[in-house]
Design a protein around this ligand. Structure first.
Ligand SMILES: *[C@@H]1O[C@H](CO)[C@@H](O)[C@H](O)[C@H]1NC(C)=O
Length: 392
């Protein structure tokens, strides 16, 4: 097929009918619906009106946000839509209210629900979360906070080139989705901001996270129950709590996590590196078939950790033994420095021990010495160069 896009571009340059051609689709510009790029005027209604058109279009469409600063209360982009090729192209910055109470009790600030075939491209999303973090840190009665961007019950989603900063709570949440690609995103929040996970995935399959840089006060990526076929590659994490499968097993009946690949990741000064974490409570949950490959740790407190005794405040964890069965976890080519003496910790459940843990070529040091390893109820094999020496 001839290159329709470049032909289009050429024509556009000649005739200067740039906008619809560049998008290759009907384009709905928020400015035409009353949005004001002044950083002050509430543009929520304009964004929703443009969305209604883009979503209602029977052929591919673009919702366009030109450069500028747009103040938005919570915006819900709901489907189902009449076409499955919607691009939300954001060349501007979206700003949440600075008073955290305005959206502090909403589940999310910006959400997509029940959509199929949506690409969110570009954009700076400023959650203005620091007021809420301060509130939480002062121990007052604070709202739990809004997720900056949530995508739920949706499929065939791309989030690309977006910069999310200072979310009140989680930055990006993928919940109940199939086939989601998140690439080239940057997520930034203070290293001591509470609950500001970078990307949280749950009840979803076929999620891919690529080429991203995440630094927050909580997990860079957290993987919740019911996540399958997850692929994370080329992610830099820090500050933050690392890449974490869990917390899982809070509930008695819970879907498992299966087929997770985490490769070519770098952790810089994080609390954890590669972590699996479950509550010390009865549960039918499981973690199966996980590959951690090519990770570099720089001054990480717990580079490799399985913690099956999570029980904040020691409350509601009868017997303190997790029901979550962890099996088939491979650590391959993991190296770098630990900020604590124990660089490898497998603290598995007495009731359902970890099985099939494989370590291949792991080299972690603590203050220029081999670090230590600690195992509880963990079974598996080690091969290649292993330092600290295996306790499996
Ligand atoms: C595991 O997940 C990947 C995507 O992350 C997928 O390509 C692969 O087919 C899955 N494997 C199985 C056995 O389902």
């Amino acid at each position: 097929m001839a290159n329709a896009r470049s032909t289009c571009f050429l024509l556009a340059s000649l005739v200067i009918v740039f906008t619809p051609c560049l998008a290759g689709a009907a384009q709905y510009n928020v400015l035409n619906y009353g949005a004001k790029p002044d950083g002050r005027t509430d543009s929520t209604k304009a964004f929703l009106a443009a969305w209604t058109q883009a979503c209602g279009s029977s052929s591919r469409s673009t919702l366009y946000v030109p450069p500028g600063r747009y103040f938005l209360l919570n915006v819900q982009f709901n489907g189902p839509c009449k076409n499955n090729a919607i691009v939300v192209r954001i060349d501007g910055s979206l700003l949440a209210p600075t008073d955290y109470r305005v959206i502090g009790n909403a589940a999310s600030w910006i959400s997509f629900k029940n959509v199929d075939g949506v690409t969110v491209s570009g954009g700076i999303l400023d959650g203005h979360g620091s007021g809420l973090w301060d509130c939480k840190q002062s121990g007052n009665n604070c709202p739990s906070g809004a997720t900056t961007l949530s995508v739920s019950n949706s499929q065939n989603i791309v989030i690309s080139g977006l910069h999310s900063l200072n979310s009140q709570m989680f930055h990006i949440v993928v919940n109940g989705c199939h086939n989601v690609r998140i690439q080239g995103v940057k997520i930034t929040a203070s290293g001591n901001s509470p609950n500001t996970d970078g990307i949280h995935v749950q009840l979803s399959s076929g999620v891919t996270i690529l080429n991203s840089k995440i630094g927050t006060g909580d997990d860079c990526v957290s993987v919740g129950a019911g996540t399958t076929n997850l692929w994370i590659e080329n992610v830099v994490c820090g500050p933050g709590h690392g890449i974490s499968i869990g917390s899982l097993g809070k509930d008695l009946v819970e879907p498992g996590v299966q087929n997770v690949t985490v490769k070519t990741v770098t952790f810089i000064g994080t609390q954890n590196g590669l972590r699996i974490k479950t509550w010390g409570r009865p549960s039918n949950g499981f973690v199966r078939n996980v590959l951690f490959q090519h990770a570099v740790m720089t001054n990480v407190q717990n580079p490799i950790v399985i913690d099956q005794n999570y029980c904040p405040d020691n409350k509601n964890c009868p017997g303190q033994s997790s029901g979550v069965k962890i099996s088939g976890v491979t650590y391959q080519d993991i190296h770098g420095t630990s900020a604590t003496q124990v660089a490898v910790e497998f603290d598995c459940s007495k009731r359902s021990p970890c099985t099939g843990i494989k370590m291949e070529n792991v080299r972690l040091t603590y203050m220029n010495q081999p670090a230590g390893a600690s195992c509880n109820n963990a079974d598996g094999t080690a091969s290649g160069f292993i330092q600290p020496s295996s306790c499996l």
